[in-house]
Ligand binder design. Sequence first.
Ligand code: GDP
Ligand code: IMO
Ligand code: MG
Length: 421
Amino acid sequence: MKVDVILGLQWGDEGKGKLVDVVCPTYPIIARFQGGPNAGHSLVIHGKKMVLNTIPSGIFRDGSTNVAGSGMVLNPVGLLREIKMLEANGVPVKDRLVLSRRAHLILPTHPLLDAAMEQAKGDEKIGSTLKGIGPAYSDKTARQGIRLGDLDNGRFDANFREQIARHTDELNRHGSDLSELNALCDEWKKSLDEIAAYQRADTEFFLNKALDRGEPILAEGAQGTLLDLEFGSYPFVTSSHTTVAGVCSGLGVAPQRVGKVMGIFKAYCTRVGSGPFPTELNNETGDFLRQTGHEFGATTGRPRRCGWIDLPALRYAIMLNGVTDLIMTKADVLSGLPEIGVCTHYRTANGRTPYFPSDLDGVEPVIKMIPGWNQSLTESTSEDALPAQLLRYIDLLEDELDRPIRIVSVGPDRRQTIHRR
Ligand code: GDP
Ligand code: IMO
Ligand code: MG
């Protein structure tokens, strides 16, 4: 059996949460492989919107096992809040969630360091979610992080005190306000004590054994390819591996065990936080996309920057991930626009290119305008009901991207999903 993957091809928020929820009934196991509570994955369950930050989006399905993999970083405080929210909604989290012993912990000082570092950067700030992601992964890479599994050894408390002392020195150098630190540490430890009652395991063995038994796994990406530490719009990226490579390193599965790679993209493009965005629309059309698409961050509430679809970026993301199937979301948001822009190429100092370069400075989008449609899509349940202009848009994208668009999503609800032949 294989690990199939759903991951974002743009700058995050492509609708991964909704699509994992739609696709997961055929997968007994759903696993997050990277990132942490910087993610905000929205699902609509029986008409109610739910946002997950750390827990995989399969958690609502009966009989599912949801794994927070070793490539993730976990904050016990937020994780416990998320668990309580789910339990209040009747989800038996204790039965369905397994946490990797190798996952690193976001300490109470990591978000403070994140904020201090962003402030020090001034105008150059990344626009981080301030969840402590960068500092937690930095400590992991510097081989001084604390893992969830360290709870099971005798060094946990000493390590915690040592790390907090080191971070405190650094925060003092930044002039940070530390008056709440003791209270934050107390809350963090209390939350961790409660988290300790949930299942934790060496999930690399759990997952490989499940594959050996013939159980397929769905890996759920967070963020998007263009935020990847290695291949994203560096330095305006996150600190983890958001591409398919992250599935292997973050779950402990070998590359030949990866099956379908479902690449998800919006019918337009958004970005939250700083950094280059060649097709950004700082005009009424951008405002239209933001209002109609409710483009405000699921985690931070920040307005998302909006623009036209970017084919050089999508071609690049498809190449990096070996995408086999495409999923297009939010096609409904484009209804009512007389024309839709498609960025087919970039104009750079070295001429026109169909590819996404390692440096986006000075890159200009080459935009082709195509006819839009007026018809609302949100009640459409089959491809036959879609307007001819949208079908032409889909044809154009499949042609340019050389991959089939298997699913078109036309609203946030599970039912607003069109599976294509
Ligand atoms: P994720 O981070 O990739 O899971 O995406 P987010 O949940 O952050 O953002 C996607 C937003 O779009 C959420 O509010 C979803 O409920 C919503 N959404 C998902 N698919 C569709 C769609 O096809 N149409 C519309 N209008 N909204 C959608
Ligand atoms: P999901 O999984 C969109 C962005 C932040 C910032 C940069 C670095 O919901 O798609 P970080 O907190 O990771 O250090 O921030 O990455 N970012 C996201 N943007 N969706 C996300 O997650 C994001 N997670 C991080 O806005 O620009
Ligand atoms: Mg999101």
